[in-house]
Design a protein around this ligand. Structure first.
Ligand code: PMP
Length: 439
């Protein structure tokens, strides 16, 4: 499959060789390195992308889940075109920003909003804000959750089995070099779907924990859903200790459903972080919160700033996304496609008796090479990752572009995908399953 891949990627290869002399590692973000080489994309339209060699792919990578609108959606194109000719940066608020905030307030049940330029900035501000609002320094994060690349949350993101420590007392592990221990010492680590592990930390550090930041649906370790009562239990437990609850819905946000996990599970946190899909393909992040916590921004206790925050181009795109794309009809369509994909892929898994299962929520889905349900990061570590690269290559050579990162990432179905796109995806999966069943 790798040889087949390379025969179709001559121009990407040339660009990659050239890029190695000017772009560090030949790419613009370390997670753009696909094996055996990066693919340079020329354009995207609807559900498809076309690379520099002229190969067309059904895009189920979706730009790491930002692509719920699909590519060049007419509503987004119109909004951006209009704004680009009217100026793109004034460092002053716009009416679109109010409309976006009002729309998000309605969806996520939190009244006050500010904008950022990425998910990383959103969670960084949320962590600062929970510390500013409580006057406490310690935070809790969940083992296996990813919240972007700022210091406080670069702890126990994807630690190896040898490093994780006891399940009831996980060892905090820096996610990469360059994260100072003085910062990571302030981040305590708990296990997903275990209220006991949070309670133990809160009791051990009475009165010192600002709060918990969590992906309410874990989406950087495949897809791990919260068990019934878990999110509600977290809220009550944290409130009892005067600690705050932050939902990082950068990924789940508009992808899990129109009002993210907040709406799906009916639990309203103190703060919610959004990014990716809310920009309709443009660059935006957001933090929404209760009047009480956002009051610390209002009164200047925490200054939440950024040159491009709420820039008119991103706000115009986001307004179009929320008003014209992320609407009930789109979700019905996207969920119909998803349930077909899940049903047909599950049938193929059963037919070949593969030790795997499919997990999905809203636009997101993944195949997990484990016969057992996955409740937390420890279970995720046990998932077999041997076949994911073969699956990725088989899909790519068959005209479907999936995220390359094995068992950690999901596919994203956009509002512009079609039944034919799902048929191709399922057919490629069938080829892959036939090969794996023979191994
Ligand atoms: N939080 C979550 C849950 C994410 O999945 C990501 C990105 N994958 C981030 C935060 C960081 O977002 P960004 O890449 O826009 O900084």
């Amino acid at each position: 499959q790798e040889r087949l891949f390379l025969t179709h990627q001559a121009r990407s290869r040339e660009l990659y060789q050239r890029a190695l002399y000017s772009l560090a590692g030949g790419v613009t973000s370390s997670w753009q390195i696909t094996r055996p080489q990066p693919i340079f994309i020329e354009k995207g339209h609807g559900s498809k992308i076309i690379d520099v060699d002229g190969n067309e792919y059904v895009d189920l990578h979706g730009g790491y889940g930002a692509g719920v609108a699909g590519h060049a959606h007419p509503a987004i194109v119109t909004a951006v075109q209009r704004q680009v000719t009217a100026g793109t940066h004034f460092a002053q608020p716009s009416e679109d920003a109010i409309i976006v905030a009002e729309n998000l307030a309605e969806r996520f049940g939190l009244p006050l909003w500010r904008f950022t330029n990425s998910g990383t900035e959103a969670t960084m501000d949320a962590v600062h804000l929970m510390r500013a609002a409580t006057g406490r320094e310690l935070i809790i994060k969940i083992e296996g959750c990813y919240h972007g690349h700022h210091d406080s949350v670069q702890v126990s993101v994807a630690p190896d089995e040898a490093d994780v420590g006891a399940i009831d007392d996980p060892t905090p592990v820096p996610a990469s070099a360059g994260i100072p221990s003085a910062i990571t010492d302030l981040t305590l680590v708990a296990t997903f779907n275990s209220l006991g592990s949070i309670e133990a930390i809160l009791e051990r550090h009475q009165g010192k924990v600002a709060g918990l930041i969590i992906e309410p649906i874990m989406m950087n370790a495949g897809i791990i859903k919260p068990e019934p009562g878990y999110l509600k239990g977290l809220k009550e437990l944290l409130a009892r200790h005067g600690s705050l609850l932050v939902f990082d819905e950068v990924k789940s946000g508009l992808a899990a459903g129109p009002g993210g996990a907040v709406r799906l599970y009916g639990v309203r946190p103190d703060l919610v972080c959004l990014a990716k899909a809310i920009g309709g393909g443009l660059i935006v992040g957001a933090v929404g919160g209760s009047s009480e916590i956002m009051g610390r921004v209002v009164d200047g206790t925490y200054e939440m700033v950024g040159t491009f925050n709420g820039n008119p181009l991103s706000m115009a795109a986001s307004r179009a996304m929320l008003e014209e794309v992320a609407i009930p009809e789109s979700y019905s369509w996207l969920e119909a496609l998803q349930s077909r994909a899940v049903r047909e892929i599950s049938d193929i898994i059963a037919k070949h008796a593969l030790p795997a299962h499919v997990v999905s929520i809203g636009a997101k889905g993944c195949v997990s090479f484990s016969p057992n349900p996955v409740r937390n990061y420890r279970d995720f570590l046990k998932i077999d990752d041997r076949f994911n690269h073969l699956h990725w290559l088989t899909q790519l050579n068959g005209g479907v572009f999936l995220p390359p990162w094995g068992k950690t990432e999901q596919w994203t179905i956009s509002v512009q995908h079609t039944d034919d796109d799902i048929s191709l995806f399922v057919d490629n999966f069938s080829c892959f399953a036939t090969t794996v069943a023979r191994i």
